[in-house]
Ligand binder design. Structure first.
Ligand code: SF4
Length: 255
């Protein structure tokens, strides 16, 4: 059972961070208000203006380097080492902002997420990553399982009787063929548990756009190649995947 002290600590951390965020936003608002309504341009006025300008410039610079690094990596199909930090920050920090913009301009969010997965896959593939099969984790969603099947494969995929009625069978075949680790997850919590248990150096994940994007962001800095699932029966029901795309992703990591 979870320790009460740990629960309190977690709450304190969240409330503390929330407090700091509010304080930063509050300070920013006061500074802007002061700049707009201050009657005279005192030395304090100039310092506040300078600090705001430096802060804004730093954010723009970080975003600019990050974006330039992403574009250069994709164009050259090779990693651009000096910009790795800003690229990671740009990709992870600004993604929620991109989603907000998407909502404002009424762009299909799945389309934006597919684009994010594509960019992420390109960035991962531009790197030279060669690992042993046991260091690779294949994460699959439980909705691959035939809904009529009574065997509980989440938590333990070996409960599958391999009748061939769904692609859980193919996942087990891949595990045998390549010697990789496999986890079947019902959501982010179980996926994170597999990552903690297996400590993989790379991940290949099958999921819908929403789960893949959050998984890629969650797993950072572990490189993840995302394979979007196929949904011939609608979302979360008897889904499937492209075996060709999945094997390409596995081959990338283990050669
Ligand atoms: S292959 Fe057969 S036994 Fe295994 S999960 Fe699918 S339906 Fe169930």
């Amino acid at each position: 059972m979870e320790n009460l002290v740990q629960v309190h600590e977690r709450k304190r951390l969240f409330i503390g961070l929330l407090g700091i965020s509010l304080a930063v936003v509050g300070l920013l608002a006061v500074a802007i208000w002061y700049l707009i309504f201050s009657p005279e341009q005192s030395i304090f006025y100039k310092i506040v203006l300078l600090l705001l300008a430096v802060g804004l410039f730093a954010v723009i610079l970080l975003a600019g380097f990050g974006l330039a690094g992403i574009v250069l990596t994709i164009v050259r199909s090779r990693p651009f080492a000096p910009f790795q930090g800003p690229m990671r920050v740009a990709l992870n920090t600004f993604f929620p902002l991109v989603l907000v913009l998407g909502r404002i301009f009424r762009i299909d969010l799945d389309k934006i997420k597919r684009s994010f997965i594509e960019v992420n896959n390109n960035l991962v593939q531009a790197r030279e990553i060669h690992i042993q099969p046991h260091q690779l984790l294949l994460l699959a969603p439980h909705c691959l399982q035939n809904s009529a099947c009574t065997h509980k494969v989440t938590g333990n995929i070996d409960n599958c009787q391999r009748c061939g009625q769904c692609s859980v069978n193919s996942i087990l075949e891949l595990r045998e063929r390549y010697g990789i680790r496999v986890g079947m997850a019902t959501g982010g919590t179980l996926a994170r548990k597999y990552i903690v248990d297996y400590r993989p150096r790379a991940i290949v994940a099958i999921a819908c756009e929403r789960d893949l994007t959050s998984g890629i962001l969650d797993a950072n800095p572990i490189p993840v190649l995302g394979v979007t699932n196929l949904r011939p029966n609608g979302p979360c029901h008897n889904t499937d995947f492209s075996l060709e795309h999945l094997e390409q992703a596995i081959h990338f990591f283990i050669g």
